[in-house]
Design a protein around this ligand. Structure first.
Ligand code: PXG
Length: 463
């Protein structure tokens, strides 16, 4: 069977609906409508099977940091497939690509994060982290230190472990989650939950929930705290400036590990190599995936501090994935990191395109429908509201307005995601200033059209 690249769209859609089950999708509804078929891509633009061009404001799923169409990565994969397409690292064996990538990551990661345990993506890496931190404390003679504290509305993946760590109630409602010994505190989401507090006070208040939770559980029962430096899937929630310094103080004051989930923030998204660099976080473990290979090949992992790695090294850790340290993925990741470095893409985000996006995106806050529009590096979110002064939600079910806006974005050639009634972007780091102009113009037009629909349908009312 061929790859069907020349099959007409309607036939592809029919075959897709017949045999392909989509993630996070009501498949019966999608089958009735037909999935959009994406055919090719270059730079920051996608093309669908009908020839429609779309500006990819989401870098795929937060991952194509170097943009689409980089032949160098295809060449790296090709060469590695010819040399050694697969071998594992279980049988007291190793290979050059995994050695090269591990040494490179040790050089790039902050502090003494010098040791990498690989996975195929972020969910698997977070599953590793659950077992690893519990095994770490057990090895140190503290088997009761096993609770991991996370946050409501966090996203840490879709496996049993990843979804348990995540704070998405819709995910916990399916499949018997969370697994035992996961606890939650509230998120530092000032816009939606800060009420009359200043962002600074609210940041401290939410961080101090961690200290209260550790006290309630007993420090001797808590293994770790896990958090995204900036929440991504939760809605690009940039915490108040007071939040992370207080979290760091609390983690230092109590004997628990800090896991920074850098799956989205890593590899330049925030304008530095890692969100931990941007926000001054000193994690013991970092989860990585996505931008590590710019999504060209599946790979993720956990980067461990010297101390954590040393404790783990003293025993056999009974854990590992067939594709851990896959040679082709490692070769692709190495080439991706070379491009990020040689083309100064991260400095460009920090010094040029990130500030430019902040300015242009920030102007969307003047739109009558927008209550807040903020960005950090190359990730941004905006809140739609029927009442700007009150930061009020809509009376309609959460997500109703977001979905309308998302559809208006598609109609205007822009892929922008909605999380409830927030709109979010995370474009490839290679996006130019003029492409940012296009992105923001299309977003503004979509907002205008959304407002018109809301007015027409009587949806501009606060709930
Ligand atoms: N941690 C974070 C912070 C993530 O954003 C994962 C872990 C899991 O990674 P994998 O590679 O197993 O998917 C993620 C993934 C969305 C969306 O709707 C976000 C993710 C995945 C799927 C959808 O924004 N992030």
């Amino acid at each position: 069977m061929t790859l069907l690249h020349n099959m007409p769209t309607a036939d592809l859609q029919k075959l897709d609906a017949a045999h392909h089950v989509h993630p996070f999708t009501t498949n019966a509804d999608l089958a009735a409508k037909g999935a959009r078929v994406i055919s090719s891509a270059k730079g920051v633009f996608l093309r669908d099977s009908e020839g429609v061009e779309l500006l990819d404001g989401m870098a795929g799923l937060w991952c194509t940091n170097i943009g689409y169409g980089r032949n160098e990565l295809a060449d790296a994969a090709h060469a590695q497939m010819l040399q050694l397409p697969y071998y594992n690292t279980f049988f007291q064996t190793t290979h050059a690509p995994v050695i090269a990538l591990s040494a490179k990551l040790a050089q790039l990661a902050p502090g003494d994060l010098n040791h990498v345990f690989y996975a195929s993506g972020g969910s698997e890496a977070n599953d590793t982290n659950i077992r690893l931190v519990r095994h770490y404390w057990a090895t140190k003679g503290k088997p009761d230190k096993k609770v991991i504290i996370s946050r409501h509305n966090a996203y840490h993946g879709s496996t049993m472990g990843g979804a348990s760590l995540g704070g998405m109630s819709a995910m916990h409602a399916q499949g018997g989650l969370p697994i035992p010994d996961i606890a939650f505190i509230d998120q530092p989401f000032w816009y939606a939950e800060g009420g009359e507090s200043s962002p600074e006070d609210f940041g401290l208040e939410r961080a101090r929930q961690l200290e209260a939770k550790i006290a309630a559980l007993g420090e001797d029962n808590v293994a770790a705290f896990i958090a995204e430096p900036v929440q991504g899937a939760g809605g690009v929630i940039i915490p108040p400036a007071t939040y992370w310094p207080e979290i760091q103080r609390i983690c230092d004051a109590h004997d628990i590990l800090l896991i920074a989930d850098e799956v989205i923030c890593g590899f330049g998204r925030t304008g530095n190599w890692f969100g931990s660099d941007t926000l001054n976080i000193r994690p013991d473990i970092m989860t990585i995936a996505k931008g590590l290979s710019s999504g060209y090949a599946p790979i993720g992992g956990s980067i461990l501090s010297d101390e954590v790695a040393e404790v783990i090294a003293s025993t056999e850790f009974n854990h590992g994935y067939t594709y851990a340290g896959h040679p082709v993925s490692c070769a692709v990741a190495m080439e991706n990191l070379r491009i990020l470095e040689d083309e100064n893409l991260i400095q460009q985000v920090r010094d040029v395109t990130g500030p430019y996006l902040a300015e242009k995106w920030g102007q969307l806050a003047d739109h009558p429908l927008v209550g807040e529009a903020k960005s950090l590096g190359m990730m941004a979110g905006l809140a739609m509201t029927p009442d700007k002064a009150a930061r009020a939600p809509f009376a309609a079910d959460a997500g109703t307005v977001g979905y309308i806006c998302r559809e208006r974005c598609f109609a205007n050639g822009l892929i922008m995601r909605h999380v409830g009634d927030r709109m979010i972007i995370s474009p490839p780091l290679v996006i130019s200033k003029s492409e940012i102009d296009q992105l923001v113009e299309r977003a503004a037009k979509a907002l205008d059209e959304t407002l018109a629909v809301l007015q027409q349908d009587g949806l501009m009312t606060a709930g």
